[in-house]
Design a protein around this ligand. Structure first.
Ligand code: HEC
Length: 144
């Protein structure tokens, strides 16, 4: 028999899932910086130490589709797939691309994006240099 008591746990699970997502949705806008405000200015000034040559963009592409596993969440076209909690940003978004410096993107590769599915990559699965190359590649997704 369908009784409230018997099935109330379903409601509790739904509440827990919704509540959990709220708690994790710490970033209301994709344009908001991901780097903590105390270090933001410093981090923004860090430049990509490597030039955006064709070879480096190609090396970055291999990281993106290969051992960096970026493609599993950020998808083939850079628009991103839906992941629980917080979707990846749309790398084709020119406004987002223009707002972020390479230094900020590197901070996210080194630290992940707290409260989201974006995992630490540099120092775990890819090297610093591979990270900078991947950033050169991510820049090629920008659409006018
Ligand atoms: C498990 C899923 C997942 C994987 C794997 C992943 N990302 Fe992400 N990434 C995300 C999510 C989710 C966000 C959005 C985080 C946020 O809103 O702060 C994100 C955000 C980013 C950002 C943007 C941060 C910002 O400043 O707005 C960059 C850059 C990025 N990822 C690069 C990469 C690269 C490069 C790789 C591979 C080396 C990678 N990601 C692998 C899920 C992933």
């Amino acid at each position: 028999m369908w009784t409230w008591k018997k099935y109330s746990w379903i409601g509790l699970i739904i509440l827990a899932v919704l509540g959990g997502q709220k708690a994790f949705a710490v970033h209301s806008s994709i344009y908001e910086p991901r780097v903590p405000s105390e270090v933001l200015e410093q981090v923004q000034e860090i430049e990509n130490p490597f030039p955006a040559t064709r070879e480096r963009i190609e090396a970055g592409r291999q990281i993106y589709f290969g051992k960096g596993l970026c493609v599993t969440c950020h998808s083939n076209d850079g628009r991103g797939v839906r992941v629980p909690g917080h979707s990846p940003r749309d790398f084709t978004n020119k406004k987002w691309q223009d707002l972020r410096t390479d230094g900020e993107l590197m901070w996210v590769l080194r630290n992940g994006s707290p409260g989201t599915g974006m995992p630490i990559r540099v120092g775990k699965v890819i090297t610093e240099e591979e990270g900078w190359n991947a950033i050169h590649f991510i820049r090629t997704f920008a659409k006018e």
